[in-house]
Design a protein around this ligand. Structure first.
Ligand code: 8X3
Length: 255
């Protein structure tokens, strides 16, 4: 059992929640960060005691408030060993030319800026202690373009390259960095949020697909964390068997 401290962002549901559950079973003390305090409290009550699970309310769309929220973590939990940068969303499922600017701005803020902000906060401590593991949640959308993926895929490409560049700067330390790149996950709010709860659109996107489950990603993160200290899993790409990168598209003129 671990006595280490793990901080999970976006912990109130989906992959974040499933990861918190796996880490609690491993004995980690948890800091669960998210917007919905009631859900975080409920999860903490299910997973631990007041000493071992701290719910931390923070809206990652408000970048300027993130550092203050992290500073409010009690001193005995500040030395985070494992940072799970899970908070992120796709907003909108339109072509780039039809997209809503606010959706783009919010995705960049949440998926790139907030993730970088949290990482920047904990990095110096990890390096000073010569220990730590940063696990970022990327996406297959960073690797394979698809229609209407536009800024979402680009924001996850940021996460992929940020992870690789962190690894370079951390060379010579024991701090590890991993980017997890899942494909479609069925039992999260991801698609519902993306299309603002439009049931017909949700069905059109993921209906009938035997997709990954949040626990599949949590188990992958668990495996990554369990590796011996000299092993760094750089990236893990996983898809449901029922998903594939389907190649190039063509526009044809009538001849
Ligand atoms: C989302 C993966 O395949 O649903 O990160 O676009 S997919």
């Amino acid at each position: 059992m671990s006595s280490k401290i793990a901080l999970v962002t976006g912990a109130s549901s989906g992959i974040g929640k499933a990861t918190a559950e796996v880490l609690a079973r491993r004995g980690y003390k948890l800091i669960l960060v998210g917007r919905r305090l009631a859900k975080l409290r409920q999860l903490c009550e299910a997973l631990g005691t007041q000493e071992t699970c701290l719910p931390l309310q923070c809206d990652f769309f408000e970048i300027d408030r993130i550092a203050a929220a992290l500073q409010s973590i009690p001193a005995e939990l500040q030395q985070v060993d494992v940072l799970i940068n899970n908070a992120g969303n796709a907003l909108g499922f339109d072509t780039a030319q039809q997209s809503d600017w606010q959706d783009w701005e919010r995705m960049i803020n949440l998926n790139c800026t907030a993730l970088a902000r949290v990482t920047h906060y904990f990095l110096p401590g990890m390096v000073a202690r010569n220990s730590g593991h940063i696990v970022n949640l990327g996406s297959v959308a960073a690797v394979y373009p698809y229609k209407s993926g536009n800024v979402y895929g680009a924001s996850k490409a940021f996460v992929a390259m940020f992870s690789r560049n962190l690894k370079v700067d951390l060379l010579g330390t024991a701090v590890r960095v991993t980017n997890i790149e899942p494909g479609m996950v069925s039992d999260t709010e991801f698609t519902d949020v993306r299309v603002q709860g439009d049931a017909a659109k949700v069905e059109a996107i993921k209906g009938g697909v035997n997709a990954l489950r949040a626990v599949d990603i949590a188990n992958t993160i668990d495996w990554v964390l369990q590796q011996p200290a000299h092993v760094n899993i750089n990236r893990v790409e996983l898809m449901p068997v029922a998903q594939a990168a389907a190649g190039l598209a063509y526009h044809r003129v009538n001849t």
